[in-house]
Design a protein around this ligand. Structure first.
Ligand code: NAD
Length: 464
């Protein structure tokens, strides 16, 4: 367990495997429920909020360390997650940017003064840290998923107990060491690793945890929310994000966006493009463009700088993708390119056309490098198909017709809609989160900081 600012010797350990080579990269601790309990109690006893300027200095220091060690960190992420090094280098820079934004926001966390009508009193609202935050994170983008929870927690003045995915714990531990090196007091940070069914409930249900922020699948998120009942819970769950391409679209742009959004991180991104909804006559050209984009992607060794698409996180995940593609083809879809499992968990970037809107491939969140084209007759059908899923994270629309875009933006039940950008558009400065089964609450650094704060209202006599 990462406790008291250092890795403690563990009685039980588990091996972290490289999904490309199958080799063991390192061992991580298998913490027990009793150890989690003890660590959380110790944090509760020792934690005191830091002054905002100190929070900012620590966050800036951690950003600097990430930038200094970006090369080795990117390699570690690639080795434990399988994501190609070209993308994990971007992930380290993104993580550093998130820390810098959190540092800025830490010093900008200000409330309001409210003259209370008719009472001759003034109310002041003060943001206080919510307390001890449990952060449970998924395997994909294992550095940034931890940073988007820990950076706002530190900025808000909270202590945080991180439970990274058992598939990718090493990156989280490396980042924790950097935070301590940057000056975070040890009692502000614990990282617990091990069997999720043991340490997850011990953490989420712990009476000294004030808030649980969870990113992961819908199934686990709901379970965690049940265990955490009574605490503040923020859920960032799955997505099934559409890119809607209207007949007047800039097709070059649509193909570029669809190629990026469907194949980045080998399709293992909650905000990746999971469905390409082609309205009217654009479908033929769009599908042809996507085949070209897929054929141009180099799939293979994640540590090779020329690789665009690395292996999926596990063979089981790759088999699921392969099976869903086969089922869609049996239901009438045409496989235009790729989709085969080449080696272990490496799936060749796939393009399918004429995918039935009710195929499991597009009804469920498919975490793989797949661009499924669904053909629809008009905008109304596009909206119906886009909304015809339990998910509601983000969406992209490509069109030159702003009025039509506005109609779609109003009708979609999602957290964000982007014109001439994919659902994968993001920035640390804007809100991020879903509706329906995709989640509750908003991330995005300034928004997370507020989620991790409570408002205290102080009123005083004040003649108005
Ligand atoms: P997962 O649900 O399997 O695991 C997420 C985390 O929950 C891991 O740390 C895991 O160890 C932990 N966990 C598992 N069982 C637990 C339990 N009983 N109690 C407490 N914690 C438990 O998800 P995953 O496979 O790691 O990640 C992929 C999923 O995450 C996808 O559905 C993806 O869309 C989603 N995701 C969402 C976002 C978002 O911001 N909306 C971002 C990235 C990933």
């Amino acid at each position: 367990m990462f406790r008291d600012g250092v890795l403690q010797p563990a009685f039980d350990q588990f091996a972290v495997r490289n999904p490309w080579t199958g080799e063991n990269i390192d061992l991580a601790a298998s913490d027990t429920a009793a150890e989690v309990d003890e660590a959380v109690r110790a944090v509760r006893a020792a934690w005191r909020p830091l002054r905002p300027d100190r929070r900012a200095a620590i966050l800036l220091g951690a950003a600097r360390l990430i930038r200094e060690r970006a090369g080795e960190l990117a390699e570690l992420i690639s080795r434990e997650s399988g994501v190609c090094i070209a993308e994990t280098r971007k992930e380290t820079e993104r993580a550093a940017t998130n820390l810098v934004v959190a540092a800025t926001e830490a010093e900008r966390l200000r409330g309001e003064s409210i003259p209370v009508p008719g009472q001759d009193r003034l109310a002041l609202t003060i943001f206080e840290p919510i307390g001890i935050v449990a952060a449970i994170t998924p395997f994909n983008r294992p550095l940034n998923q931890v940073v988007v929870k820990v950076a706002p927690a530190v900025a808000a003045g909270c202590a945080v107990v991180v439970k990274p995915s058992e598939q990718t714990p090493l990156t989280a531990l490396a980042f924790a060491e950097m935070l301590i090196e940057a000056g975070l007091p040890p009692e502000h940070l614990v990282v617990t690793t091990g069997e999720p069914g043991v340490i997850g409930p011990a953490l989420a249900g712990h009476p000294d945890i004030d808030m649980v922020t969870f990113t992961g699948s819908v199934r686990t998120g709901r379970e965690v929310a049940g265990i955490a009942a009574g605490k503040k819970v923020l859920l960032e769950l799955g997505g099934n994000d559409p890119l809607i391409v209207l007949p007047d679209a800039d097709l070059g742009l649509a193909v570029r966006l669809a190629g990026q959004g469907a194949f980045a991180t080998a399709g293992q991104s909650c905000r990746g493009i999971k469905r390409v909804i082609a309205v009217g006559a654009v479908a033929d050209e769009l599908a042809a463009g996507l085949v070209e984009a897929a054929a141009g992607k180099r799939a293979g060794d994640p540590l090779d700088p020329a690789t665009d698409v690395g292996p999926l996180v596990s063979v089981a995940a790759a088999i699921t993708v392969e099976r869903r593609i086969a089922d869609a083809v049996s239901a009438g879809a045409k496989l235009l390119y790729g989709g085969e499992r080449r080696r272990g968990s490496l799936v060749a970037p796939a393009v399918l056309d004429h995918v039935p809107a009710d195929a499991e491939l597009v009804v469920e969140e498919t975490f793989g490098p797949v661009a499924p084209v669904i053909r629809v007759a008009d905008t109304d059908e596009a909206i119906r198909v886009a909304n015809g899923t339990r998910y509601g994270l983000q969406a992209g629309v490509v069109t030159r017709n702003v009025a039509e875009f506005s109609r779609i933006a109003e009708a979609l039940r999602v957290g964000a809609v982007n014109l001439d950008a994919g659902p994968h558009f993001d920035s640390p400065h804007i809100p991020f989160g879903g509706v329906k089964s995709s989640g509750i609450g908003r991330e995005g650094i300034p928004y997370s900081i507020r989620e991790m704060s409570t408002v205290k209202t102080v009123t005083l006599p004040y003649p108005l």
